[in-house]
Design a protein. Structure first.
Length: 219
């Protein structure tokens, strides 16, 4: 029952965030950098809270490990899940005991990073998890088109198209999932979910490539 609850939650996140068909053997930023997504505020946004973002009573701002204004990014540590990732300047980042959350100033790009226990979810590894999640979401939301593909480094990319807009969104959304597997323990993983408006799907995929390249996981 708990595993089913988590998969249902992920379906809700797909609707909240947004999805595209998987296309390549690996992700490519296509020449874009974090500066293409950044606001030049020297990292000031990361010290501001946003009461309009849902997160529960235990939500706190994530630690900024460093600012690189020239590259348009901040290194942010999600301490609760032991993940560090670069984010564009102008974003905000918070976390609670089980996930890290980040979003652009206009809320069009929204990111969630989870630590996943595959055994707890009732699956054996990252590949089984990706296939199960695709099937679960498509059965619950038939209008969402989903595909999963294994990338060159063994990471699984799941893409959801035609996700319905959430409150405040002006159009349907595209959601990207990246499922990482612990190389030393196939029962442990990390799930990175990035959502964007359908009209920003191509840019969203390129941003996902930047996020993936910058991420550091402490297994």
């Amino acid at each position: 029952m708990e595993s089913g609850r988590r998969l249902f939650l992920f379906a809700g996140l797909a609707a909240w965030l947004g999805a595209i068909p998987a296309t390549a053997a690996d992700l490519d930023a296509g020449g874009l950098t974090f500066r293409d997504f950044a606001v030049n505020d020297n990292g000031a946004s990361f010290s501001r809270g946003d009461p309009m973002i849902a997160g529960g009573p235990n939500q706190v701002s994530s630690r900024v490990a460093g600012i690189d204004a020239a590259k348009g990014l901040a290194r942010v540590q999600f301490g609760s899940i032991r993940v560090e990732v670069s984010l564009p300047l102008g974003w905000q980042a918070t976390e609670d005991w089980e996930r890290g959350v980040a979003y652009s100033a206009d809320k069009n790009f929204r990111l969630i990073v989870w630590r996943v226990d595959f055994a707890f979810e009732g699956v054996k590894d990252a590949e089984h998890y990706a296939a199960t999640k695709v099937g679960s979401i498509q059965s619950r939301r038939p209008k969402i088109q989903a595909q999963a593909r294994k990338l060159a480094d063994g990471t699984f990319l799941i893409v959801y198209e035609n996700a319905p807009p959430a409150h405040g969104d002006r159009e349907p959304r595209t959601v990207f999932d990246l499922v990482f597997q612990n190389p030393s323990n196939p029962k442990e993983g990390i799930l990175m979910t990035l959502g964007c408006p359908t009209s920003d799907t191509v840019r969203g995929l390129k941003l996902l490539a930047l996020l993936k390249e910058s991420m550091r996981i402490s297994w």
